[in-house]
Ligand binder design. Structure first.
Ligand code: AMP
Length: 355
């Protein structure tokens, strides 16, 4: 990973009153640019192929400038140009996925958040180690398919949108698919899904206090997943198979949700534990993160994954969510990131939120 000292040297040469928020034009970029503009920043969109026309439809979220590249792999070649713009990069799912997390770690440009988190987040084994050692309840994992004794979900590594994931209830059903890719087997948790959007600030002191800084709950969404969410229309998963299809979990969109209010103390405690543990493991996770959960009919909250950066589900709350409205009206996650950078720059504390 690029040494912090190098990033601090780059920041040292920046005009801090004239920073630019930059990200790749995809995923949650509209929200990031919209939020950055609201906080008074210049914005820069890194586009692949050509300048995307669709930003024209959203003038309040259109970046001031585009840099157009032929492929994500060219991003390391434009760091000098980005530095000239006093750019701070905001990572999002597509950015890290398409560039590759190793290359992302090496980018010699100030980036919001702690890049050390990537190693822990991108590997399902390491993220389980992190969450379980933080005291978070996760669905049981089966290392040996022969030991499957309950409904499980077989997930593939890096499968975009959960494509190809399948449900089995024993070894025979597992072998009927006989996956050849790298997989992980998780107990299938039946309940309702909540994707919880948190924001951890090491520099804000008022609010839900942690050992250092504060934690905010900015919103929740649920993903719309094709075709599993609409299987009921053909009758059942069996009927789906009879018709010659297999169930898939491809994310096509998101809807905003709220949780029973009585669960909120637990939700905040979970976020707290994950952040506190991250200090011990890799020096702390900074900014937005999401716990992907299933709440059972016994009101247990099980976490099946963590995303340690802005998730696309926050796009449902571009003008604020039922939770962020109670923190500050009109505060989206994209805007909150920009606010954090603004405050840190004013207080000369950027080194605490940038890597
Ligand atoms: P993931 O790639 O881990 O985000 O999983 C994709 C989708 O599979 C999720 O959005 C859920 O709908 C579903 N899913 C993942 N893990 C589980 C689980 N342990 N039990 C039930 N459903 C799950």
């Amino acid at each position: 990973m690029v040494p912090k000292k190098k990033i601090l040297d780059i920041l040292g040469a920046y005009d801090l009153k004239n920073l630019t928020i930059a990200t790749v034009c995809s995923h949650s970029s509209l929200q990031i640019f919209h939020g950055a503009r609201k906080e008074g920043f210049k914005t820069l969109g890194i586009a692949i192929g050509r300048e995307p026309k669709f930003y024209g439809a959203f003038p309040l979220a259109k970046p001031d400038k585009f840099m157009v590249l032929n492929s994500y792999q060219e991003i390391p070649d434009i760091v000098e140009k980005l530095k000239e713009e006093n750019a701070v990069i905001i990572p999002h799912g597509s950015f890290v996925e398409y560039l590759g997390h190793k290359k992302f770690e090496e980018l010699e440009i100030p980036t919001f958040g702690n890049r050390a988190v990537l190693e822990w987040e991108s590997d399902r084994e390491k993220s389980r180690q992190w969450l379980e050692s933080a005291g978070i309840e996760m669905p049981m994992k089966f290392d040996d398919p022969r030991k499957i004794d309950r409904p499980v979900l077989v997930k593939f590594y890096g499968a975009k949108g959960g494509k190809g994931f399948f449900i089995a209830k024993n070894y025979e059903e597992f072998m009927a698919v006989n996956p050849q890719e790298r997989y992980t087997i998780q107990e299938y948790v039946i309940g309702t899904r909540y994707y919880i959007h948190y924001f951890y600030s090491p520099i804000k002191e008022e609010g839900y206090k942690l050992s250092k800084g504060t934690l905010e709950l900015l919103g929740m969404d649920r993903r719309d997943e094709a075709n599993i969410d609409e299987v009921y229309k053909v009758g059942s998963i069996e009927r789906l198979r009879e018709l010659g299809w297999r169930q898939t979990f491809v994310v096509t969109g998101n809807v905003e949700v709220v949780m029973r209010e009585s669960l909120l103390p637990k939700v905040l405690e979970m976020g707290e534990k994950v952040v506190e543990r991250s200090f011990q493991l890799f020096g702390g996770m900074i900014g937005p993160f999401c716990l992907e959960t299933i709440v059972t009919d016994e009101l247990k909250i099980k976490v099946f994954e963590i995303s340690a950066r802005i998730v696309a589900g926050t796009n449902v709350a571009v003008g604020g969510s039922p939770y962020s409205e109670l923190v500050e009206p009109g505060m989206s996650t994209g805007r909150r990131i920009a606010r954090e950078i603004k405050i840190a720059a004013e207080k000369h504390r950027l080194e605490e939120i940038i890597s």
